[in-house]
Design a protein around this ligand. Sequence first.
Ligand SMILES: Nc1ncnc2c1ncn2[C@@H]1O[C@H](COP(=O)(O)OP(=O)(O)OP(=O)(O)O)[C@@H](O)[C@H]1O
Ligand SMILES: [Mg+2]
Length: 571
Amino acid sequence: MLKRSPQERHSFISNFDDVAELADFSLMDTLNCDPEAKANGADHEPRQVFSGHYVPVNPTPIENPEYIAHGKTLFRELGFADSMVQSDDFVRVFSGDLSQVSEPMRRVGWACGYALSIFGTEYTQQCPFQTGNGYGDGRAISVLEAVINGQSWEMQLKGGGRTPYCRGGDGRAVLRSSVREFLAQEHMHALGVPTSRSLSLYVSKTEKVRRPWYSEASRSMNPDVLISEPVAISTRVAPSFIRVGQLELFSRRARRNEHPQAMEELEKMVLHLIDREYSDVIDQTLPTAEQLVLLAREFRGRLASLVANWIRIGYCQGNFNSDNCAAGGFTLDYGPFGFCDVFNPQYQPWTGGGHHYSFLNQPAAAERNFHTFCSTLRPLLTADPEHLQQLGEIQSGFSRVMTEQMELMWAAKLGLATFDATLFSELESLMVNTPVDYTIFFRELSGVPDDITPLKKSFYTGARNGANPEAMDAAWSEWLRKWKSLTALQSREELSRQMKLVNPKYSLREWFVVPAYQQAAAGDYSLLRELQEVFAQPYAEQSKDVEEKYYRLKPLELFGVGGSSHYSCSS
Ligand SMILES: Nc1ncnc2c1ncn2[C@@H]1O[C@H](COP(=O)(O)OP(=O)(O)OP(=O)(O)O)[C@@H](O)[C@H]1O
Ligand SMILES: [Mg+2]
């Protein structure tokens, strides 16, 4: 614990119990750069980093930062006063300027390397050196790790400038992508889905970068213009930002015996993960092998539950690679994500994402990431057949655990005590054939309607797949009758109350977000702040006005529009 008098404390530092130490094996990449520039974080050139937990790197402040928004709920949880977000020192740090921070904060941030597997297949091609040693946080820079109310929190700038892993990129994030991530993180938290959190969002009044994007009302699949967009820095917060891909980097090195400390580094990294993300459930005095097995079991449960929650609320992560899979089991990297409007098992807003990361394929994608995760632990257990076998059993049990979670989730969405496979598969076909708006359908069903009239509020009748409307209505009525017979034992009020806790009324559809970031780029933040308020209470009925604006079908003319219905990963 660091000792300091209250007068010495930096204003927001006064909320910290302590400033935590990172794993103790930093700064070991001794090649390829000027040691002094490296140690003070001033070397931002792409380079190979051969070992070590992180590299010191200074963020590059955005020019003329202006406050846009902060995560009010998170501020309350951290004990930060709302006014702090406009204070000079806070603005400076979270718009990327560490030059004036005082002890115990450090004037240097850090970035981490990680490896990449796509749907379980290892890649190194994305690394400019083709070795994997130049891939990692290309524009994410952590600036602080603090213990607040007994909980350790890492604060990470996204868009904070180039790092050794920037691969020739500019290290920036545009306002558009920053607004999306900022809003989505707090919405997911309010939905009860584990996630990184949003601390603050600042935009530059003068600095812009060019990105490929879609022209107005474009129906092109790929971006068709280059646009100039303001840069922004959003700060996200989590117990750690350790990714499956990060463990993978160390494990690949250990497997190939790339340097003498490779195995030791892998072990330290895994123990660091346990300390940051699993200390409440794993006894750190146990032998390492036992801890590893417990870790795999616990992560399995968290990951399966996470993905079932994504599907519960209509979320598609879009790019669920191992480097976008947080080893703590929460949602990380809101890039080409989307909340679905129409129920479509193959919903995938990212044009580069393919079927493998589509909506109902996310359990399969999670399984691939889990297998990758288990493989990262294996080198640490080679001399221990008993624990290796336990790990194998945990790995092969993923699909069972995932199925259990999915069935529990569908049962809860339908207000049933147990999953009914026939009822569910009939519903799935009806939802595809009508088609229905996923959020509105389940919310209307949560009203326990007498007949299908309220459910029709969710029907995209204009997009009906040529089906006979009378026959469809009859099929829906029959399905509703069956559903009601299965729920008949519960009081209608109680059933409705329970279902409304599981089926949100409001979800952050992309066509709500597009005008918010467009207006923000023109200096008007009012819509963005309205979305913040509305989507912080997704289960509440809210006012008539809110309902009319945000509880409605996607207008048919917005289907197929580039940048809204689908987008490239460009951010
Ligand atoms: N403008 C940029 N400059 C430098 N590196 C970038 C830039 N944009 C993306 N990258 C890097 O490219 C890789 C893939 O990007 P991806 O979109 O998955 O991540 P991201 O959205 O930047 O970050 P995160 O996963 O940290 O949320 C990451 O390693 C990321 O850091
Ligand atoms: Mg990423």
